[in-house]
Write a protein that binds this ligand. Structure first.
Ligand code: PHE
Length: 336
């Protein structure tokens, strides 16, 4: 009997348990009702009392050794199964999370909104699908007037994809009382399938200031302040007269880029001047369309392409680079 106990003890100690299946085989072999240890206990029960004394102790030790081994392995398998703890190597270097970045257009838009906010302009937004009245009619585009051709329009049934953010001026003015001092950024659409470099949508930011006694001088000073803040102190600007149905007089503003480098020459078509935005005094008809008395109130408005000035500021040559979501390009704007 003693010898048998020793044999089984050795067997238990040497038994390799490397999987939950092996553990189950181990349990059946030694610990189950029909297992070899239980069988020893059956024999033990039949022994005369005198023999029991010497056998009892080693037999109990064998049983608890076998059970301990079983419990230990069971715990190990369970903990590596229901949590990752068994698989985590805490000595590995930390996995670096990639942080995203703002899109360059959003960076520039935020900067523009901030600059105008510092002058007291609030933010306003409007829908991208517009009706004819907000995109054209109330902005003094006469029915069938060729001015509508200035902006190649996408039509959606009765509606249009807004061709400019000037529609937001109307939405703000038609239901509110002056004064208005607003900037209105957003996406606009034009059907420009003519050149392979063109894109059918881009982004604008519109400015509007309507109050008593607003003059063209206010417009010039506001835009002058903007370019100093955005492009840097000392930048030169000029105004050229222009035409928009919704402003009178109208102008376009250029900034001086210089003609020193080949790049300057190419960008400015040899003139040194870069066109940056359209602007003017709000046309009396636009105020009237919004039930604002042009005898009491005057105002100025301006609109510029965010894409264009983003490209100028960061030296991006092809507008489509802004929309292909290439992280090698976008990643360079991290932290801005
Ligand atoms: N809406 C004009 C455009 O898209 C820009 C503009 C806005 C001009 C406001 C004057 C005043 O070209």
């Amino acid at each position: 009997m003693i010898q048998k106990i020793q044999e089984i003890t050795t067997e238990v100690n040497d038994y390799q348990i490397d999987s939950p299946e092996a553990l189950e085989t181990y349990r059946l072999k030694f610990l189950s009702r029909k297992g070899s240890i239980s069988e020893l206990f059956d024999v033990f029960k039949e022994l005369p009392g005198i023999e029991k004394r010497d056998i009892g102790k080693p037999l109990n030790i064998l049983k608890s050794t076998a059970e301990e081994k079983f419990n230990l392995c069971k715990e190990e398998f369970e903990s590596s199964q229901d949590s990752l703890s068994g698989k985590i190597d805490t000595t590995l270097p930390v996995y670096q999370n990639e942080f995203g970045s703002f899109h360059p257009l959003k960076i520039v838009e935020n900067e523009l909104v901030d600059i105008f906010h510092s002058l007291g302009f609030d933010l306003a937004e409007g829908p991208e699908i517009e009706d004819d009245q907000h995109n054209f009619g109330a902005l003094n585009f006469a029915e069938d007037h060729p001015a509508r051709d200035m902006q190649d329009t996408f039509f959606i049934g009765e509606n249009v994809l807004r061709t400019h953010t000037s529609s937001v001026q109307i939405r703000e003015m038609e239901h509110n009382e002056p004064p208005f001092r607003l900037v209105m950024p957003g996406r606009v659409y034009r059907n420009e399938a003519v050149s392979s470099r063109s894109n059918c949508f881009f982004h604008q930011i519109e400015g509007l200031y309507v109050d008593k006694n607003v003059t063209f001088a206010d417009l010039k000073q506001t835009l002058y302040y903007f370019v100093q803040q955005f492009f840097g102190e000392g930048i030169k600007i000029r105004f050229r007269s222009s035409y928009f149905p919704f402003t009178e007089p109208s102008a376009e503003m250029d900034i001086w880029a210089g003609i020193e480098t080949e790049e300057n020459k190419r960008l400015t078509k040899g003139t040194g001047w870069l066109e940056v935005l359209g602007c003017g005094m709000v046309h009396p008809n636009v105020l009237k369309a919004c039930n604002i008395d042009p005898e009491i109130y005057t105002g100025f408005a301006f609109g510029m392409g965010i894409d264009r000035i983003t490209m100028l500021k960061y030296g991006i040559h092809d507008i489509r680079d802004l929309f292909v979501n290439d992280t090698r390009m976008l990643g360079q704007f991290k932290g801005l």
